[in-house]
Structure formats: C-alpha cells, structure tokens
Design a protein around this ligand. Sequence first.
Ligand code: NOJ
Length: 751
Amino acid sequence: MKNNHLKIGFGLVLILSMSMNLFGQAAGVEEKIDSLLRLMTLEEKVGQMNQYSGFWEFTGPPPKQDAAKVKYEHLKNGMVGSMLNVRGCENVRAIQELVVNESRLGIPLIFGFDVIHGHKTLSPIPLAEAASWDLEAIEKSARIAAIEASAVGINWTFGPMVDISRDARWGRVMEGAGEDPYLGAKVAVARVKGFQGDDLSAPNTIAATAKHFAAYGFVDAGREYNTVDIGTSTLFNIVLPPFKAAAEANVCAFMNAFNILNGIPATADKFLQRDILKGQWGFDGFVISDWGSGKEIVNHGFAHDLREATELAANAGSDVDMESYAYIAHLKNAVEEGQVEEAVIDDAVRRILRVKYKLGLMDDPYKYCDPSREKELLYHPDHMAAALEMATKSIVLLKNENQLLPLKKDQKKIAVIGALAADKTSPLGSWRLGSDDGTAISVLEGLSNYSTDFKYAKGPDLTEGLVHFVFELKINETDTSGFAEAIQLAKESEVVVMVLGEHGFQSGEARSRTKLDLPGLQQQLLEAVFEVNPHIVLVLMNGRPLAITWADEHVPAIVEAWQLGTQSGNAIAQVLFGAYNPSGKLPMTFPRSVGQVPIYYNHYNTGRPASETDVFWSHYIDESNKPLYPFGYGLSYTQFEYADLQIEDTNPNAIEVRVTVKNTGKMKGEEVAQLYIRDRVASVARPVKELKGFQKFALNPGEAKTLVFTLTNTELGFYDNAGKFLVEPGEFDIMVGGSSQTGLAGKLMLK
Ligand code: NOJ
C-alpha cells in the first residue's frame, strides 16, 4: 500500500511552511498543520506518534535484537515521529536525512534526550540546584545545558522532572526540586525558561518536558515504579502545582508516568491528561509516554492486551508512544475499527507538528546539526565557570561547631579521607549519559588549589571493583583494607576532611534504597577515625537526604555537597576554605531515621499533635518526630538576624509582609528568607506550614535590608478535594525566617 503512495517529500513540507493563505498573508502554523494533515495517510499520522530509541544506547529495558532493522525500515517509511538517545551532529544528520529524503512526506524528526543537569559540562544534580534557591542561576544552568545539547543535534530534553517527593528512599529525588510545591513550581519555571529560551526556533534552544505526569514521586515505600495511591488534597495542592506552572510557562511537552495513580495507569489517565492538562490548563503541546509505559498498562491489570492498552492510552491523551511498539502495531487498526476516533489522532499529530514548527525543524531539519557549534561549545570555559558558580551555590552547610569552618588558609596537616575524595565520576551523578566519565574535578584536585599541606588516605573502597555502568554497582561491605592507613593519617593530622556518601549510581532511576545511612563501610570508618581525631569536617556526596544522625551528634562540621557535577571539587574547596560563603538551604527534609520517612515540613497537625497523656499522641516510641535537618535549613559562615515583622492588610488583594534582615556576623553572605503561612481553620484542613514566598540576597557585615513579600489570593488559597481553588477568610499565621522552623511570626485576618 505504502509503495503506491505518491512521493511528495520534504520539499512540500517546506513549501507548506512558507505558504500563503487565501488573503496572501503568510499562513499561520495552524493553517500549515491543517494542510499537512490533509496530505497525511492514517499510517503516517500514527508514525508521528511513534518514538524509538537510537540503535546503540538505551535508557530503559534494552530492545530486542532485531529492533534496529525494524526501526530503520520504519524511519525510512515515515512511521517514526521522533527519536531518543541519538546524539552527535553526524548521527542526528544521518537519521534526519534518512527520514527527510526517503519517507513520502519527509517530515523531520525531533531528537530527544535526557538532558537533566547539563550535557557535557554538568551542573549539580537538580536536587542540589534547588538547594541554591537561586532561580536565576538555575535558569542559566538549564540555558547552558540547552546550548551544549543543541550543539550535538538534540532539540528536545526530557526535563525538567517536576515530581514532588517526600521519600528519600526513592532514588529519583535527585532529579527533582524536593518536597515543596511552591519551590518546585518556581524551579520548574526557571528550568523551562532556561531550556526553551525566548525563541524556540533559535538553534541553541530546545523543547522541554515536564515529567512525570503525575505523582510518580509518591511511589509506595519509595520503591521505584511502585503503586501510587494518594488523596485528592495531595494531588491538587502538592503534586500538580509545579506541572501547572510548567504548562503556564509554555513547556512544549509533558511526559506521563510509569505508575498507577489511584488505580489508573498515568499513561491511560484521561482525567489527568485530557480533563486537567489539555482541558482546564489549555496545554497545547504534546504528551509523551514514559519508556514502555504504554505496554505496562497491561501489567498494571488495566488492559487485556497491547491493543487495548493502545486504545486506552491514545484516548486518554498520551500522544507519543516511547518504546512500547504499541501505537505502531495497533493504532491504525483501532481507528479503522472505531475504538479510537481519527480526531484523536489528528489532535495528537497537530500537537506534535506544532512543536516541530516551533523548533524551526519544518523550515530546516538540520538546524541543530552544525559541527562547528559542537566543536566550539562543549565544555566551553564560560559553561565551566557557570557550573562552578552553580555548584558553590548548591552546597548546604549543615553543621559548624566552634566555627571549625572555614579552614584557615595556612591550616597545617590536613588529612583527606574517603574513596569519594578522589572520585572523578560519582560527582557527575547518574544522569550523565551525555558527559564523559572522569571529567569531574575531584575534591583532592579542588583542595590542591588552596593547600599544599594535605595528605590523602582512601580508606576502604566504596565499591567492589570499577563501576562503568549501573549494572556493575556493588558496594563494598566487607573489605576493610585501607582502614589502618586512614586511621594512622588521621592520628597525625590536625584536621580531617572526610568525604563520604553515595556512589553516583546509588541514586537516580531504579535506585531506591531501604537504608539512608552511609553505604558500605563508611559509617564504621567515620567512627574509627573519630576515635583518634574528632576534628572532622564531613563532606557529604549524595543524591538524596541521608539519616546521618550519628555524624550530627559527633562530628563538628558537616557540609552537604550532593553530586555537584563537573566542577564539584573546586566548589567544595571554595567552601571549605571560605572563598565562598555557603548559602544553600535544604529543599528536602533530612530524617533522623529511615522509619520517619515520608517526613516533610508541610504536614498536617493531626488530632493529637502533642502529648496530653504521655502515650496516646502522634509520635514514635523510639524516635523523635523532629527531622534531623528541616526543609529550608542551611547555615552560613555569618549570621542573619530577623526583626520587625509587619503585616500590612489594608488592601485585601495584596497583603504586604515586611521584615528586616541584618548580617550580624563578620563575613559577607547570602541569605534565603522564607515566608510561610498557616491557614488556621479551613473547609479542608491545611498544613501547619506552607512556603509562599522566598528571597535570596547578599548582605555585607553589619548591613541590613528590608524585604517586602506580597501575598495575593494565589498564595492564600488552596484546592478543595474536587480541585476547586478556594480563598477562605479567617485567621492566618505568617512566619518569616531562615528556615521552615525558625523566624518571626505574626497574624493576618483575611476578610
Ligand atoms: C525513563 C525515565 O523514567 C524518563 O524520565 C526518561 O526520560 C526516559 N526513561 C527516557 O530515557
């Protein structure tokens, strides 16, 4: 049948792109799409809804052996609309040429890739970036990621991940902005803006994807790909706001999710995709499935077979099928036999083509394939400088007893201990497919710029053998060689910098943990070193909050350095030696013990919030309710004092909250002032605290600044259990401070 088609090719697509309407005006994108849709066969339309991974890389379960041949034929025949995991100008051009020259209509492909926190030059993992609370810096980081990714032919990223999560066991918390929907929404917008820029058709901007729609961050027990069953209040007030913000920021695509949400697989969820996203929010981009999530509808027990899964997903508004081979196998028949209306297909294809037009691919399919950009821009010095700045801003100072930090410039006899101190790959995190192993500045390299008086002892290996790929990861639990040398060095030293934490592949997709301790032999090593030298600065490298309660009780200084990307070691050294005064604040609560998880600051009060009887109240018998480090917490080498909270409520549409913050210490520093509200009584109970504003600013010693926060209905309202936004009059607490647990409090009576 296909061979009987007239070959029309890209020439026509280009003519359509430039065509005029009846009135002689250049045709608008929608008119061009109308014309193109009229030319397309049903099979070609379905082709646009089909996405394949490249032949040589995969970021999900590996394809079958003969997949490459099938994919090649499908590409040639216009049965593929986009690819993932193809990169490099040469590779992208080769596949684009195949499609543009060989398929009947020659509609260009979009090339997607997981550009999560940079492409070659890596910024900190997204959770770490969120700890900066610096939206400008985060936007810039995404901008740079787009510049580098677009230089290798990529024109679409599967980011930002805007999933809120309260469960540090879930490996993908590293990829989000933490536990709070307000911060999460702001960060989502910054990232979308950074990736997409002002002009999507420019060769250095890429389409962004808000993922995973929805509630993937609430997998039961933090176990990857597990069930999600949450209430409507959590869905509307916690999960959806960052997605809504991304849609309002004109993100090009949404990705649905692996999980079921309250019994419905996200990929087949009509309510989420059609009613909310495309209906209420008016989203005009397209929705892509997650890798194979279309076929997993069958595993979920929601469809009998792939054919039914196809119908359900398409009808629910999942426009593109990533690697399920479902649409390509069944969608045409489903339309012909009446289970899916052709209008559903037309709508999906329109959405996909719209993004192709926006990206400029319909005018020039090779606009992202300029090898000179590839040469010039990867690891560009400006990108390295920005990655360093972002990395310093992402570090959170958790503890600093007796001002052990910053280390003096002439500090003598520093011991550096821990396998991660020399690791040049773990700081790149697990989403580093586009980058090169071994390209992170290690802590040892960073420190060598500040001190010549340090010695290194690795201690025990963190892993058993070298780890090049996630499948090879095995944490060393038994081989204690290296202990003796480390202890000896600690004995001979004045101060010990211990670099401990998680291997880069211990967080990320499919890397849930049941323990939140220091993996392997590291806790044992820490305690052994402490025995001989308690002057320890613990530098943590990790992709999730850890329950380091022992360390908090014993070790005088703790620096949360996450996985900071290419410039990791330089940023850590700057903070240790005071060249940068740490300013990060936690975007996610650190538990005291894994049994407290999920633990989060914006919890409800419960009916029994405090002890009246000593026993029958909401608590544990073996652990406090308090976190180890709360949301919004982070120290500085200077101190900030909050004073003079004023709440101006004469204008009920815009309440002004003023507070004065003064740097009372001896060093210039940056502070993140946070505003929280509590709606005391509402028709649906509200949490004890909700973040509703923040400002990051620098102050010199002795300097003070008066901040003004504005609260409107948007901040004061909430969604009821039917998803309706309500603003209810009554009493509110207003709290402003340097964390979710400290600061000044006042009252507001909303009329
Ligand atoms: C599965 C992940 O869940 C998703 O986030 C990612 O974009 C795709 N794989 C493609 O790599």
